[in-house]
Design a protein around this ligand. Structure first.
Ligand SMILES: [Zn+2]
Length: 353
């Protein structure tokens, strides 16, 4: 069953949409491909790991964090988010060394099956381009390879290391001659290329595990965790009392950069309690002299506004007796309304409503 899943995923693809109906129909070509890949996977002798590689199920830092098995999703070498693509494209020197070895291995496998040098060169250049920049521009290459490049781009160049090679590459050289001079079909060199890419990916994963569990990686992860806790405390700076500003570093990033993991852990342990206490006191002090906003909604009895003699005489000049009476009344109401106490003084930025 495992072998079937591996070969189902790892067989040389007929189309970018991963059509599997040819495999289930059991055409002669795909049966041969299936057999060859079964032998290849048998040679690797890592069935469970190959199944995980082909199905993108490797426990990367991002996957482990998503499943709550660890609290960081960072690459132990460079600090970027570790996805399966990042493992392949990480620019740490150890990964660059792996990159050169992987390309060399693919070239070797293609030469072993007498694949044309131009095809091997174009293929390896495309893989190098993708590993270096993340994209492959077909316009850089001869028009002969455009179809294969576009097809592989549609499938995904990352998928190449998971056993998914476009069939278009094989159409570039449908036959080759083996050492004895026999004519052999292209799927044999295709299967060999898939085997080489899978073996390289497995070697990379093993290297990654060594890096992730090395003492240096543990120190790096410990510093990441301590830096995270330090930044969290630093964000409370504006909520703490001003007199406690000495509890915080002037520039948190410089402080993290220049401190060891132990120094950061010590800072967090020694200051965490004091900072939280300061925030609590600042909050209490901000609200204790503030009146409750409920008072603002209570009915306010204010004396009617006294009309000034000057204004009264003005009204006499402008209005007649009847209309003056109404106007005074409406004016008094509006003045009463404006005497509602101002909202300022009832509220504080730190008041819990
Ligand atoms: Zn990295």
């Amino acid at each position: 069953m495992i072998l079937y899943r591996i070969c189902e995923r790892a067989h040389v693809l007929e189309s970018p949409r991963f059509r599997m109906h040819d495999v289930t129909k059991g055409t002669r070509r795909n049966r041969n491909s299936y057999t060859r890949l079964s032998i290849s996977v048998g040679r690797i002798q890592r069935e469970v790991l190959v199944t995980k590689c082909c199905n993108d199920l490797l426990p990367t830092a991002l996957n482990l964090k998503t499943m709550n098995y660890q609290d960081t999703d960072k690459c132990c070498l460079c600090g970027s988010q570790e996805t399966s693509e990042h493992i392949l494209r990480c620019n740490h020197p150890t990964r660059l060394h792996w990159r050169r070895k992987a390309i060399h291995k693919m070239t070797k496998h293609m030469k072993k099956h007498n694949v044309e040098d131009s095809i091997a060169d174009a293929f390896c250049s495309c893989v190098t381009d993708w590993l270096d920049t993340g994209t492959v521009h077909a316009s850089k290459y001869n028009s002969r390879y455009h179809r294969a490049i576009q097809s592989q781009t549609t499938i995904g160049w990352r998928q190449l290391f998971m056993g998914k090679l476009s069939q278009e590459w094989l159409h570039l050289q449908p036959h080759y001659k083996d050492k004895k001079g026999n004519n052999r079909p292209a799927y044999i060199w295709g299967a060999s290329l898939v085997e080489a890419s899978l073996q390289s990916y497995i070697a990379l994963w093993e290297q990654r595990n060594k890096d992730a569990h090395s003492p240096e990686a543990h120190i790096h992860l410990a510093k990441e965790r301590a830096a995270k806790a330090t930044r969290k405390l630093f964000r409370l700076r504006h909520h703490a009392r001003f007199r406690d500003s000495s509890l915080f570093p002037d520039d948190v990033e410089t402080f993290i950069e220049t401190s060891t993991a132990e120094a950061l852990q010590r800072y967090v342990v020694m200051n965490s309690k004091a900072i939280h206490k300061s925030v609590k006191r600042a909050s209490t002090a901000a609200t204790q002299h503030t009146r409750s906003i409920a008072n603002w909604f209570r009915p306010v009895r204010t004396p009617p506004a006294e009309s000034t003699p000057h204004r009264h005489s003005q009204d006499n000049l402008v209005h007649d007796a009847y209309s003056k009476k109404k106007r005074q009344k409406s004016q008094r109401v509006s003045e009463n309304r404006t005497l509602q106490p101002r909202l300022r003084g009832y509220l504080s930025l730190r008041q819990a409503l």
